[in-house]
Ligand binder design. Structure first.
Ligand code: EPU
Length: 457
């Protein structure tokens, strides 16, 4: 056990997190704002750590094996603190060390993830599959929709039912039960859903017989989950492809696993470099995971040099050209980079057509971009953006993680000061965002340090 890890603590059920809350709380209002003094050029080197959207699922996967699983390269963000609380309430001990989280999983697990936590972290739904597989019963609050759109669970549920689970809903909970064991099944997803693929994978690894998941999601975070599960003793073939073959095993063992680098954080820096005529080297991520996005930046006029699997450098000398972007499941252009694509289009030369194909509410932040002066019109899932030489600083509001980061980056192309409120959204997904921006030369500040979530790494 690494000496840096504190002894795991068991906590009684009940809220115990101190998280940066919304600005509706007057004592939080100042803290919850990121100020951008004006335009700046991003330059320098920035290291990206593990992906939020991988680490959260890896923490859930730890539930599959009694004993201590240690995850490394874990980002220091509030979503990870909330997932730790979800696991604690299920009966696990969770301890943090520098960049690490240790999850101590007992033989006997509780079955419930309540709405109080699920509403703060939609990804809590990913405990459904592992809890059902290990415990035989899972009661997870229905996450509902959020600021990027309605977010269905039908594929999660249909897949678990195909494996023999009985799934029902009552009082805002999804309740899944199985008999002795889940059984392997042939499942074809309507759409390569990231969350459904993950839940079904984590259920299938302990099922009786072979499960085939067709039209599976292919995101690097799925590949990372497959690698961890394989390290735990699971039998999975096809990771990174559209068809996953999982042969169930009797039991899994805990593991030590390093989280894959965060391609969305890396992509955010890459777009920031291009929008600000900057020069940024990003390490800690395989540029192959961002191939389509980096190609778009090259089309916009950027120079991109890759450094094997270790990172890349993006340089931009003049005003970017307009490029059209359509988001798609991996390996297509990531929906989580859509706000950055809108920001780029807003300052590019010419008009861009930006199409969102994954979430029905992803354009909800567009009015905030318009407050910064962006010339943007939406029609259904399309946005037409007419590029302007510069934006104009204004008070705006972060509506979700990616919109928040996109607004801060866009503010770096604006004349005058911008304040981005509800910055707690950004803390959910971007570790040390303000410090990293300052390191790259941006005149950005936070009124005060955000309230510390209850973790110590
Ligand atoms: N969908 C259904 N039914 C289902 C499952 C999904 O209709 O059973 C729909 C959703 O409503 C959505 C689309 O399918 O319109 C895509 O959903 P998907 O399941 O692929 O996404 P997710 O698992 O809910 C994860 C990330 C998102 C990221 C998407 C797409 C996590 C915790 N979240 O969401 O990340 O945008 O995949 O890549 O992994 C973020 O980090 O800010 C974020 C939103």
């Amino acid at each position: 056990m690494p000496s840096s890890l504190r002894a795991p603590t068991r906590r009684p059920p009940g809220p115990s997190l101190t998280l940066a809350g919304p600005a509706a709380d007057p004592t939080m209002a100042d803290v919850d704002v990121i100020r951008v003094a004006g335009a700046a050029r991003l330059a320098g080197e920035v290291a990206v750590v593990g992906a939020k959207n991988s680490a959260l699922k890896l923490m859930a996967a730890a539930l599959l094996a009694p004993g201590r699983t240690v995850l490394t390269n874990v980002p220091r963000i509030t979503d990870i603190a909330i997932m730790a609380e979800v696991l604690r309430r299920i009966g696990c001990g969770v301890a943090f060390g520098p960049g690490e989280v240790a999850v101590d999983v007992p033989e006997a697990l509780a079955a419930e993830a309540d709405y109080d936590l699920v509403r703060r972290l939609r990804a809590s739904i990913c405990v459904l599959g592992p809890l059902l597989a290990r415990r035989g019963l899972a009661r997870v609050a229905h996450p509902g929709g959020d600021a990027i759109g309605s977010r269905g669970l039908d594929m999660h549920i249909a897949g678990l039912e195909a494996m023999g689970a009985r799934v029902s809903g009552a009082h805002g909970f999804v309740i899944a039960e199985r008999g002795h064991r889940l059984r392997g099944a042939k499942i074809r997803l309507d759409f390569p859903s990231v969350g459904a693929t993950e839940n079904l994978l984590m259920a299938a690894v302990l099922a009786d017989g072979e499960t085939v998941i067709d039209n599976a999601a292919r995101e690097p975070e799925i590949v990372d989950l497959c690698a961890m599960l394989t390290g735990m003793g699971a039998a999975i073939a096809g990771a990174g492809g559209s068809t996953l073959h999982v042969t169930g095993v009797e039991g899994l063992r805990p593991v030590r696993h390093a989280t894959v680098g965060d391609r969305i954080v890396a992509g955010t820096w890459a777009f920031g470099a291009v929008m600000t005529y900057g020069d940024v080297t990003v390490t800690g991520v395989d540029p192959q995971c961002l191939a389509v996005a980096l190609d778009k930046l090259v089309d916009a006029g950027a120079m991109v040099e890759t450094r094997g699997a270790a990172g890349f450098r993006v340089r931009m000398d003049g005003r970017p050209r307009a490029v059209d972007v359509a988001t798609l499941p991996y390996p297509g252009f990531a929906t989580d980079l859509l706000p950055m694509a809108i920001g780029l289009a807003a300052v590019a030369e010419g008009a861009s057509l930006i199409t969102e194909n994954i979430f029905d509410g992803r354009f909800m932040f567009i009015n905030e971009m318009a407050r910064l002066g962006a010339a943007v019109r939406t029609d259904g899932h399309h946005a037409v953006v007419r590029g302007l030489p510069a934006l104009s600083g204004a008070p705006v509001r972060a509506t979700d993680i990616r919109a928040g980061a996109g607004l801060v980056i866009a503010a770096l192309t604006a004349e005058g000061e911008t304040t981005v409120s509800h910055a707690h959204h950004i803390d959910r997904g971007y570790p040390d965002f303000v410090a990293q921006l300052r390191h790259l030369g941006a005149p950005v500040s936070r009124a005060a340090a955000p309230a510390e979530p209850s973790f110590g790494f």
